[in-house]
Design a binder for this molecule. Structure first.
Ligand code: GLC
Ligand code: GLC
Length: 654
């Protein structure tokens, strides 16, 4: 086991032939007993498939584990996999088989996600199952239910402080309800995404309690220090996540300083321990067998700590995820991973396996940069920074996809690099300050109704809370609706056509505004992210078919995006997204190509006034047809394409 406090840098041993040889001989040593054992537990044909998967992913398992932990207990791990494969219900094995035949299922253009809290959406898991028609109507194929495992009582960071990974939050139902819901989703070809909080547990988790009690089996599960010397040393380079209400990354318990990156009741797991790795592997497989299709790897960049760094995105993080991924897919090949890595663009692509050499890691990752740039462009009416920063991003591996979104349950942190800002003549710090002022409504003339989140008392930096509709300026006053709705749909029109799985965040389909009721609940009052985690307003939803209402307009607009997307092969995951240079800074233009389809071009005008771009820049527009737009077919006059204020167009080569 490696000492997590090790200060030496990371040395990639380069997967030489020696690793290959060690992996192969470990596997061969196992085979004589493995083959009959697997056949007995899985039946002949499943056993063959299991062994074939193990053999083909052997190096993806072996190499990263050897790098991180020094040695690989293959025997042990295979036992865990075999056990999970044996327990895998038949319905899930059938799904595995389909997905092995259609391995890029998650890249299909029909994929559209919906994100909600089970209780705030419907009350309970059973009630969610009873409301699937609503999701069907929207065209949803992928449901991300916010944290639903049993959390600690009281404050629990919206469920991100888990006390029991094998139980459902009793307020929401039971594990059987979850499996039942997963089954109902499968009947409709919808997949289920659930959070896997792997950086930390609640301090009340039995692992943490055993660790505190001195149980040797858990002695290396968490990290603590006897005094402030090491915490101070680490904190010199760590950027605090919650500087306002939970400053620092350590908390004192029983006279020791425990590593707590987030809230004081969330204790970071020590991933330098192979026991933690194994425990989490078992957890994932167990949940996969309950019907979870997609694991959202919560706060994954934080897993590995190294003195003198920000303790984010360390190379070991990637190795750990690669090994978990390879192992999980031996026993549950239908399961995929989604990275929640809210980090700079250069640090993000590696979570999708984009390294010097491709290594399977997560199939999906949130496109945080796109999300941040959508809001930045809206505030400035200027898309140049967006074009600049997105154009600079490295391409992602063909197997991977973005998950694109406009809004989620977290705050918006202004990931603007100094380099990108300078390229368009701006100062990054001023720009961040401007965005905070604009979206918190402090900037003169701003329409936005958000609030500052976690203002850092030292640096003055902050992030933004607020629902998408409120940030778009939609208020109770109908006069705010025409522009507000155009803004909201404009942002979604880009997110829905950037390639990958677009997510609809519950309530945004109805333009739901900030919900300030959280202030009355002491367990929530200290965290204003709750203002954009509303309770579903089913009365408002009842107006969704009436085009004269706010809800009707937004709901219909999103449904159009979904419907148009399904037929556009170019919008599948995989393929390439490129920024197209245009001669008008208010307009963002992008192109999608897929090997099996024609070119797609999207245009989005972030200003309230009509704008034009040179038509030649968007290609042979004579071949391009309007597939969808905010205002009818694209008008081209005298060589210039005309875009109404806050308008968008999706063009396709026919
Ligand atoms: C993730 C969640 C966030 C939570 C944090 C700690 O980033 O999205 O809501 O506070 O992890 O678990
Ligand atoms: C930061 C972290 C992210 C976390 C969020 C909580 O953005 O990078 O992981 O969820 O803060 O608000």
């Amino acid at each position: 086991m490696r000492d997590p406090r090790a200060t030496e840098g990371y040395v990639d041993p380069m997967a030489g032939s020696s690793v290959r040889t060690r992996a192969a001989s470990a596997f061969e040593a196992l085979l004589p007993s493995l083959t009959p054992g697997a056949t007995e537990r899985l039946g002949r044909s499943e056993a063959l498939a299991f062994l074939a998967r193990l053999a083909t992913s052997l190096l993806d398992i072996y190499e990263p584990l050897e790098v991180v932990y020094g040695k690989v207990e293959l025997n042990d791990l295979v036992e865990v996999l075999l056990e999970a494969a044996g327990d895998r219900p038949v319905a899930l094995r059938d799904l595995d088989r389909r997905r092995e035949i259609d391995p890029r299922w998650y890249q299909r253009a029909r994929q559209v996600g919906y994100v909600c809290y089970a209780d705030r959406f419907a009350g309970s898991l059973r009630a969610v199952a009873d409301n699937l028609d609503y999701l069907d109507e929207l065209g949803v194929t992928y449901l991300h239910l916010m944290p639903l495992l049993e959390p600690r009582p009281g404050e629990n960071d919206g469920g991100y402080a888990v006390r029991d990974y094998r139980a459902v939050d009793p307020r929401l139902g039971t594990m059987d309800d979850l499996s039942e819901l997963a089954g109902r989703l499968r009947e409709r070809s919808m997949s289920l995404c659930v959070d896997l909080v792997l950086n930390h547990t609640a301090k009340e988790h039995p692992w943490a309690e055993s660790w505190r009690a001195g149980d040797p089996a858990y002695a290396d599960f968490y990290m603590s220090f006897p005094d402030r010397e090491m915490p101070d040393a680490y904190e010199r380079t760590i950027v605090p996540v919650f500087p306002d209400r939970a400053p620092g990354s350590f908390t004192e318990f029983d006279g020791k300083w425990v590593w707590t990156t987030f809230w004081s009741y969330q204790w970071d797991l020590n991933w330098a321990s192979p026991n933690v790795f194994r425990a989490m592997l078992e957890t994932i497989l167990w949940l996969a067998n309950r019907g979870v299709d997609v694991f959202r790897l919560d706060a994954v960049p934080f897993l590995w700590k190294r003195l003198g760094t920000t303790c984010l995105n360390e190379p070991e993080v990637h190795r750990i995820v690669q090994a978990l991924h390879a192992l999980v897919r031996v026993a549950a090949p239908g399961v995929i991973f989604k990275a929640e890595a809210i980090v700079a663009p250069d640090d993000l692509v590696p979570y999708l396996g984009g390294h010097d050499r491709y290594r399977p890691e997560c199939e999906l990752a949130y496109h945080n940069q796109l999300m941040v740039m959508l809001w930045s462009s809206l505030a400035t009416r200027d898309a140049r920074l967006m074009a600049q920063s997105l154009a600079r991003m490295k391409p992602i591996p063909a197997e991977a996809s973005w998950v694109s979104y406009v809004r989620g349950h977290d705050d918006i942190g202004w990931a603007v690099s100094a380099e990108d800002a300078a390229a368009v003549g701006w100062d990054w710090w001023n720009h961040r300050n401007f965005l905070n002022a604009f979206f918190s409504g402090r900037f003169d003339g701003s329409y936005a109704q958000g609030a500052l989140f976690q203002q850092n008392p030292v640096t003055g930096d902050a992030r933004i809370s607020g629902s998408a509709a409120s940030l778009c300026g939609i208020t109770a006053d109908p006069a705010s609706w025409p522009d507000g709705v155009r803004r909201l749909l404009l942002l979604h029109a880009v997110a829905f056509a950037y390639g990958g799985i677009p997510l609809i965040y519950m309530g945004d389909e109805l333009a739901m505004r900030n919900d300030l009721s959280y202030r009355d609940d002491p367990a929530l009052a200290g965290d204003n992210r709750w203002m954009h985690r509303p309770h579903m307003d089913w009365t408002a939803a009842g107006r969704r078919h009436d085009p004269a209402t706010l809800e009707g307009q937004v709901f219909a607009g999103l449904r159009e995006l979904v419907a148009a997307r399904k037929d556009l092969l170019a919008l599948r995951g995989g393929g390439e997204t490129a920024v197209v240079g245009v001669d008008n800074g208010h307009v963002f233009a992008w192109r999608r190509r897929h090997p099996r389809s024609g070119t797609f071009i999207g245009l989005a005008n972030f200003s309230e006034q009509e704008q034009t771009v040179e038509a030649a820049a968007i290609g042979h527009y004579g071949w391009l047809e309007t597939a969808l737009s905010s205002d009818g077919p694209l008008v081209v006059r005298e060589g210039r394409a005309h875009l109404p204020g806050l308008g968008f167009v999706w063009l396709i080569e026919r």
